[in-house]
Design a protein around this ligand. Structure first.
Ligand code: TRP
Length: 445
């Protein structure tokens, strides 16, 4: 089977597909509201450090395992450490992405609906309470979740080259163009300056243990780490490819996009006289309010462009979440690609419906005091992803032989030879300790 595996067509496609996975709702929905809640520029500084010093080494670790093991998480670990229990980590990484996909797709569905609302000029007039009414209704969000998930499945069924690669190559440049246009527009609004300053002038007194933990968690989420997504994508990367560069390229574009999203949202928020710490409703609740107060055609155009950006960014990430499990089922269990996609899609669909209903009809059903949606988000983002990331980096730093790691990272000694010792140090010591710190801090909270 080994030689029949697809590979990405070129270095550009690798970075684009990985960046497509990384850049998503995490950047455009989660990052701006976290930056707003946890101190603006100071938060961004901590986030930058976490992304490049702690998260990027895990990215490289997953790339090394994926390409050397040449397969899905389970197969790759079994090949590199035969007969050990490491392969059970593979099962975790099949389950986690599907759980994540199920509620990710609910938010993806919101963006489908909001794009639709923007196109039908629903953000003109009074939008107070619109978001609350929408997410608590039993039908609309469920239908939109179905639409979003079907689109995800359709792209995955087309395959790595014809589906994922084509789609990301087409859409990633578009995403950057769109977000830059929105940033430029936002900065011209009266009073926008204060918003830009909020993101640029750090107030160091805002940095504390919680800020650091949240920033690290966000860096993880944003780079798609800890669940085997990057590992699986790396197995499609050709042996000649430079892993240092594909990792660095992805991390840089992911970081840049988060910053741009911050600058697309925050100046507008300040210009409307709204406080930056609105929380999770910042994009779906506050922005429509801002659009509704603009001159009607301007508001409509900006709203359409904005929610189109959210939707496309969400799609390029959700396909990567589905691909992890599809690679596993088709390679380990001999299922056809179509069948694997349909089976996993159905699981995510059912769980997602329950998540969606947890904002409305099922809102009284609580797990550990949280709605199903919040419970799963918490389970995945605070626990399963960091555990996965920690185990991956321990595998590379402590289980694989240093020679093997060097051979893979330097593509057989042809590149990155001088950088290797630094990267190895980060993977062996700094990243595991960093993640342990996140754990202890979250536990203490
Ligand atoms: N990184 C994506 C975002 O920022 C979400 C995502 C896609 C993800 N695949 C993942 C997160 C795998 C964790 C693991 O929206």
């Amino acid at each position: 089977m080994e030689n029949k595996r697809e590979t990405f067509g070129s270095r550009l496609s690798v970075v684009m597909a990985m960046a497509g996975s990384a850049i998503g709702l995490g950047n455009i929905w989660r990052f701006p509201y976290l930056a707003g809640q946890y101190g603006g520029a100071a938060f961004i500084l901590v986030y930058a450090l976490s992304s490049f010093v702690l998260a990027l080494p895990i990215f490289w670790a997953e790339s090394i395992i994926g390409r050397r093991g040449g397969g899905n998480t389970f197969g790759a670990l079994e090949k590199l450490a035969p007969g050990t229990r490491w392969k059970s980590l593979g099962l975790l990484t099949v389950l986690t992405p599907i759980v994540l996909l199920s509620y990710y797709s609910v938010v993806g569905g919101w963006s489908v609906d909001y794009l639709f609302k923007a196109c039908t000029l629903s953000f003109q007039g009074d939008v107070q309470g619109l978001f609350q009414r929408f997410i608590s209704s039993p039908w609309e969000p469920v239908i939109m979740h179905t639409v979003f998930l079907s689109a995800t499945a359709a792209i995955v069924i087309l395959g790595v080259k014809n589906g994922i690669e084509k789609f990301t190559k087409l859409t990633m440049p578009l995403l950057f163009v769109l977000i830059v246009a929105i940033v430029i527009f936002g900065l011209t609004l009266p009073g926008a300056r204060a918003g830009a300053e909020y993101l640029l002038k750090p107030d160091f007194s805002k940095i504390n243990a919680q800020t650091v933990a949240i920033a690290m968690g966000q860096a993880f989420f944003s780079l798609s780490l800890g669940v085997g997504t990057i590992l699986t994508y790396a197995s499609y990367v050709s042996k000649k490819e430079n892993l240092f560069i594909s990792g660095m390229g992805t991390a840089l574009s992911d970081f840049l996009f988060a910053l741009l999203a911050g600058f697309a949202v925050m100046p507008a928020v300040f210009s409307a006289g709204i406080a930056p710490h609105e929380g999770a409703g910042l994009v779906f609740d506050t922005l429509p309010y801002i659009f509704s107060r603009m001159q009607s055609w301007v508001g409509a155009v900006v709203a359409i462009l904005f929610f189109m950006t959210v939707l496309v960014a969400a799609l390029t990430s959700s396909i990567s979440l589905l691909e992890v499990g599809v690679a596993y089922l088709s390679e380990e269990k001999g299922m056809s690609r179509v069948r694997a996609t349909v089976v996993l899609g159905l699981v995510a669909w059912v769980v997602g419906i329950l998540c969606s209903l947890s904002f409305g009809p099922l809102s009284s059903f609580k797990l550990m005091g949280l709605s199903l949606f919040d419970f799963l988000d918490n389970l995945v983002a605070t626990w399963l992803m960091p555990v996965g990331g920690l185990l991956f980096v321990i595998f590379v730093g402590w289980k694989m032989s240093k020679d093997d790691v060097r051979d893979e990272f330097t593509s057989g000694g042809t590149c990155n030879v001088r950088l290797f010792n630094w990267v190895y140090f980060l993977m062996r010591y700094l990243a595991p300790v960093g993640i342990a710190v996140v754990f202890v801090t979250t536990l203490l909270n």
